[in-house]
Design a protein around this ligand. Structure first.
Ligand SMILES: *[C@@H]1O[C@H](CO)[C@@H](O)[C@H](O)[C@H]1NC(C)=O
Ligand SMILES: *[C@@H]1O[C@H](CO)[C@@H](O)[C@H](O)[C@H]1NC(C)=O
Length: 414
């Protein structure tokens, strides 16, 4: 009787979770079963966080912080895999994990890696497997940076940490067997934003450091100026791993807006009411002009109300110095000439798709060598799905990674 009861309870739970977690995926997505699993987990989390907020424990948006992992000091998991020497270290006061080829008789090229997670989540440990593979496949030393996170440490703390570590690697790389003339940056999502910002800053500042050789940007976030680009509208909830609203939450945290009033601020940002009309019409507005997108993506298929005329002066006052700062938003840089060759990975099903398209095009127009990788069937996070409980290497992510490895190889040979 008890057993029967338990089996029944288990069945009800499984069916219940399946109903809560089910999400119709867009046609054309690669390997829908794998994606359905990840989306299911994230939808169940969202349902849980809605319930928690309903019961009076915190607001729904801040619950995203529950997904943080605790800082680790133990030996990184991948140290046991054997092909590389994997160690924790502190560089310029920032915790890092360093992945080194075992052959110490020669100097190696290097990658400074910035993980994703909306400047709020993630750590070198959550990316351990992804970065380990990156190091093996590119035969480089990889320094994976545990930069400080918002909301405790909003902009510019995270980017400052990334800059400090990169400058150190370019200056003292030989301590890690690094050939400092062959260093590049790689990042995904928020990490792609940080990688682009580091590449830009080190290009424009005067210093005697060797130049970075490449930047690899996997589905980067590059601007918060227009939160209603066609990809934000059309792909909003198509693969709800990263939704438009969640991006607004991440930006509100990263901008340093009062986390106690997060729902208010993220709503203003999501509704595009954080910037006054005259600023929208300025030169910066041209950088997000949909005319620069591929023809088939210039108009959103969905229609949502345009609320940008009802802008919120109070919010704008707090963010006006950040929103067009190239360190915050590389797409807002007035000049991109001279930045290192770029691999820009854009996913077909990603709210950040258009950020990547716009940046790749601007780089190209500035005379920068660009490889635009369009991840057909791909979705946000597809290079690092290894960080989930179950290893789910989606093919779109593997293809993008293979492209990035080949790109790094080719620029280092020049
Ligand atoms: C995304 O979907 C949510 C929920 O349906 C909605 O509130 C929001 O306005 C949408 N955002 C965009 C940019 O379409
Ligand atoms: C959030 O900020 C807005 C704008 O300053 C203000 O009107 C509102 O009262 C604030 N809400 C809370 C809960 O602090």
């Amino acid at each position: 009787m008890v057993l029967k009861g338990l089996v029944l309870l288990l069945c009800v739970t499984v069916v219940g979770l399946a109903i809560v977690g089910y999400h119709p995926l867009p046609e054309g997505i690669g390997e829908p079963h794998k994606v359905q699993f990840i989306v299911g987990v994230s939808k169940i989390f969202r349902a849980f966080s809605r319930l928690k907020a309903y019961l009076g424990y915190g607001d729904r948006q801040s619950n995203i912080l529950l997904l943080r992992d605790s800082p680790k000091t133990t030996v990184p998991e991948s140290a046991a895999y054997g092909a590389l020497k994997v160690t924790r270290a502190e560089i310029a006061g920032v915790p890092v994990i360093v992945y080194q080829p075992k052959d110490e008789s020669t100097l190696h090229p290097a990658i400074v890696f910035f993980h994703g997670g909306g400047w709020v989540l993630g750590s070198p440990d959550t990316y351990d497997k992804t970065v380990y593979l990156y190091a093996v496949q590119t035969r480089t030393v990889v320094v994976s940076v545990g930069y400080r996170l918002a909301p405790e440490h909003p902009f510019p703390a995270p980017i400052q940490d990334c800059l400090d570590v990169t400058r150190f690697v370019l200056k003292h790389g030989s301590e890690y067997n690094i050939d400092v003339s062959k260093v590049g940056v790689v990042g995904d999502s928020a990490g792609g934003n940080l990688a682009a910002a580091v590449a830009l800053k080190l290009t424009t500042e005067k210093s005697d450091l060797p130049p970075l050789r490449f930047q690899v940007l996997h589905y980067p976030a590059l601007q918060a100026f227009d939160m209603r680009l066609p990809s934000y509208v059309d792909l909003n909830e198509s693969v709800p791993i990263l939704t438009s609203n969640l991006m607004g939450v991440f930006y509100a945290f990263y901008m340093g807006l009062d986390p106690q009033n997060l729902t208010y601020y993220s709503t203003v940002i999501n509704e595009n009411r954080h910037i006054p009309p005259h600023v929208r019409k300025s030169a910066f507005g041209e950088f997000v002009n949909v005319k620069h997108l591929p023809a088939q993506y210039q108009t959103a298929h969905e229609t949502i109300p345009d609320l940008s005329a009802q802008y919120d002066q109070h919010v704008y006052e707090q963010i006006k110095h950040i929103i067009t700062d190239p360190l915050f938003s590389p797409l807002m840089a007035l000049d991109l000439a001279g930045v290192p060759p770029a691999f820009v990975h854009v996913c077909e099903f990603d709210v950040l798709r258009d950020d990547g398209f716009l940046y790749a095009r601007r780089l190209q127009n500035a005379g920068v060598k660009v490889h635009l990788h369009f991840g057909k069937g791909g979705y946000h996070g597809d290079i690092s799905s290894r960080m989930w409980i179950v290893d789910l290497h989606p093919k779109s992510g593997q293809v993008a990674l293979a492209g990035a490895y080949a790109f790094i190889d080719s620029v280092l040979k020049q």
